[in-house]
Write a protein that binds this ligand. Structure first.
Ligand code: SF4
Length: 440
């Protein structure tokens, strides 16, 4: 009789990149014959993957570790918070081990030490796509780790190091395995997707026996051959980004670009040390829309950055009005411990930051409502995420999971999660659409 597998509990916090780290560790655990426990009490040991990006995330991570210690007692910590000095050990001296982010091997070493491997790895059969934490029909494809930029409000490079691109052949194999296993949408992520391959000088790799350069455009083109939705996140407005927009117009990639502009004032962008800060972003946007008229542009912005004057904030609002972006997130600047921007003069008072954020969001809500209204009466292809008693929740090419809006669909007996459907839009508000099914 094979002996019962040791069970590892897993708590995964943080961004999509941390989620990919969690999936790697879970895949490895299963590959080695460990079982994944559904609760603290069923687990022989718990791994907590933490986030250390902003103060709230640090608090949440420390609380999660505290809870795992109280409920289970045997805890290994990994993720970004683990790379932030000895904060974890100081707060929770009882944790068994601490590693930084993307450290599958170090986590596995700690697991081997504190919960030795089963001798009879009957359970070592894993599905070829690994263990996914996202619904089966979409998956994140992390193409690189780290970042070569040094944006002054960000500490990710000090947590995760410089850019390290994954080999293109390996990535394409992973993407193909995911598609074979039923994934219908691939979400390409990294800290700076447009920089993919810079660190390896665009080295040539191989997929299906043919050469491919380690470059965003080549990767996007190859992913476009897999016949599923491919969505690009965290792309900077460098000139070569224009090369992927025609692929969107041809239907090879989703017509969707997630470009974190962060601000519109040249001076503030320079103070932020943003990549491609000298580009004329309005001209870029106009050009992308000329090449691919249905493109959805998503972005994020920071208001109240140190030194931001009233006039610079107005410049940002004017940009927003002119650019008419589809999806926008906005943060009031918050000084992250260790970020270079903290030393800049002219910190904006908290109340003013919040006031600017509220004004910004109000304007964007108006723009977004205006843009979504234009879709009423149109026919769209959607991917169904969930079917419930009220109908279904789906997404169109304009909606990335978790961060954008949804398409609510009236009840239809034929709908299934993970399938595509054609719908006609009946109603819109500032974020979401509602629609009736035309066909599946
Ligand atoms: S591009 Fe800037 S904000 Fe993004 S990870 Fe790199 S340093 Fe941070």
């Amino acid at each position: 009789m094979p002996q019962a597998s040791p069970k590892v509990g897993f708590v995964s916090l943080g961004c999509p990149k941390a989620l990919v780290d969690s999936e790697r560790v879970l895949t490895q655990l299963r590959a080695e014959g460990y079982a994944v426990a559904p609760s603290y009490e069923d687990a022989d040991l718990v791994v907590v993957n933490t986030c250390g990006f902003i103060d709230d995330a640090i608090r949440e991570s420390l609380e999660a570790i505290g809870e795992a210690l109280a409920e289970n007692g045997r805890v290994i910590v990994t993720g970004c918070l683990g790379a932030k000095g000895d904060i974890v050990k100081k707060t929770h001296p009882r944790v068994l081990a601490v590693t930084g982010p993307h450290a599958t091997e170090a986590v596995m070493r700690a697991v081997h030490e504190h919960l030795p491997q089963p001798h009879d790895p009957f359970t070592s059969l894993i599905p070829p796509q690994g263990i996914k934490l996202t619904p089966r029909h979409y998956a994140y494809l992390k193409i690189a780790e780290g970042c070569n930029h040094r944006c002054t409000f960000c500490i990710i490079p000090s947590l995760r190091g410089d850019l390290a691109s994954r080999p293109i052949g390996e990535l394409m194999q992973e993407a193909e395995n995911l598609v074979t296993a039923g994934v219908k949408e691939l979400l390409v992520i990294s800290q700076d997707t447009s920089a993919y391959g810079v660190d390896v000088k665009y080295r040539t790799g191989f997929w299906r026996g043919r050469p491919l350069k380690t470059r965003m455009t080549d990767l996007a083109r190859a992913l476009g051959e897999l016949g599923v939705w491919v969505r690009l996140h965290y792309v900077y407005p460098y000139p070569h980004v224009d090369e992927v927009v025609p692929l969107m117009a041809e239907g090879k990639l989703l017509p969707y670009l997630d470009v974190p502009f962060q601000h519109a004032s040249r001076r503030i962008l320079k103070l932020m040390k943003r990549p491609a800060s000298a580009e004329d972003n309005l001209a870029r946007i106009r050009n992308w829309r000329e090449i691919c008229s249905g493109i959805t542009i998503r972005s994020t912005f920071i208001v109240g950055f140190p030194g931001e004057s009233g006039a610079e904030f107005e410049e940002l609002l004017a940009f927003l009005e002119e650019a008419e972006l589809d999806r926008v997130g906005c943060f009031a600047y918050s000084p992250v411990e260790g970020a270079a921007a903290n030393a800049l003069p002219g910190h904006v008072p908290e109340e003013l930051k919040q006031e600017r954020r509220a004004r910004f969001m109000k304007l964007q809500e108006k723009i977004s409502a205006r843009r979504l209204k234009r879709r009423v009466g149109k026919t769209l292809t959607v991917l169904v995420d969930e079917v419930n008693a009220d109908g279904a929740i789906a997404r169109s090419s304009a909606d990335a999971p978790e961060i954008d809006g949804t398409v609510g669909i009236s009840p239809s007996p034929r709908l299934k999660a993970g399938e595509f459907a054609t719908v006609r839009v009946t109603r819109a508000d500032a974020h979401d659409l509602w629609a009736d099914v035309v066909s599946r």
